[in-house]
Design a protein around this ligand. Structure first.
Ligand code: NAG
Ligand code: NAG
Ligand code: NAG
Ligand code: NAG
Length: 261
């Protein structure tokens, strides 16, 4: 291999390790709010006389060998086991973040250094399906009250019908779907999901007929106008007739008078 070849090979090695490094992301761990989570040291078995330390965003939490553990923070919240696992209780959203664990052997040389990303999420609540019937379609809305954005989707007979990023309005996340079908009854399932939980709601929708509220409204309005028109017509005819009788009466009286004189 000439000099250029060696140089090229070196470049490739650097490039490769760089690419490998960037895909080598910290593992993600999910915890449920108000619950506990166990942070294990990835791919490592702690041996006796090895010292394990946990840090959160570079602030020390615990340090210990076996069952002798020093707690730098809230002792009620954290517990480090002899195998190095860190348990965190009463999870709140603020517990989310980057956790780092280091293990040293008893001559003080580093054995392991790993990062974990903890994400604390609330359990999702049961979604609600709402709908409005119109002439040609049914507008189906699935919504859920939730602090953080969940994934929402609409299913029919276990098949995904509609999946979309939900929109948020005052802590209510929702998706809207226009269902176009001849059948005026339909069954839907709404599924809401995040990294720690999932819930579904079943709903049968019945639209009474092909009439929507606007149409019913306009028909009712038309009927009222028609009745008023009819009443006016009758009133006018009657009035006209009455006037005619009155006039005839006058003529009659007049002729009578003439006859007597
Ligand atoms: C968390 O747990 C506490 C007590 O265990 C309870 O009072 C509170 O309602 C829970 N909070 C949530 C959001 O579940
Ligand atoms: C370490 O020990 C704790 C408590 O006995 C256990 O819950 C946890 O699963 C253990 N972790 C591993 C990686 O074995
Ligand atoms: C500690 O680790 C270093 C490097 O891995 C090793 O050379 C040394 O023998 C270890 N010491 C003990 C007591 O295991
Ligand atoms: C309409 O759908 C319902 C429920 O999905 C079904 O029971 C019914 O037979 C369907 N009607 C027609 C006319 O297809």
């Amino acid at each position: 291999m000439n000099f250029r070849g060696i140089f090229l090979a070196k470049c490739l090695v650097v490039l490769f390790s760089c690419v490998k490094g960037s895909t080598d992301k910290a593992p993600k761990v999910y915890g449920i709010r108000n619950d506990s989570v166990f942070l294990n040291i990835p791919d490592f078995k702690v041996e006796q006389q090895q010292e394990v330390s946990w840090l959160k965003n570079i602030l020390p939490l615990t340090k210990g060998k076996g069952s002798v553990v020093k707690y730098y923070k809230d002792k009620e919240k954290y517990e480090q086991f002899p195998n190095g696992t860190l348990k965190i209780d009463h999870l709140v959203e603020e517990d989310s973040g980057n956790y780092k664990v280091t293990v040293y052997n008893d001559t003080g040389s580093l054995q392991v250094e790993e990062n974990l990303i903890l994400s604390v999420q609330e359990m999702v609540t049961k979604p609600e399906i709402k709908w409005t019937c119109s002439q040609k379609s049914i507008k189906v809305t699935c919504e859920v009250k939730q602090k953080n954005k969940p994934a929402l989707r609409l299913l029919q007979n276990n098949k995904i019908l509609f999946e979309r990023q939900p929109t948020d309005a005052n802590g209510i996340w929702k998706i809207e779907y226009q269902h176009k079908a001849k059948n005026r009854t339909a069954k839907f399932q709404c599924e809401v999901k995040n990294d720690v939980s999932m819930k579904t709601t079943d709903q049968e929708i019945k639209c009474s007929g092909p009439l929507d509220i606007i149409l019913i409204g306009s028909i009712a309005g038309g009927a009222v106008v028609f009745v008023i028109f009819l009443a006016l017509l009758i009133y006018c005819i009657r009035k006209k007739r009455a006037e005619r009788y009155e006039e005839q009466g006058k003529h009659l009286k007049l002729s009578c008078c003439c006859m007597t004189t």
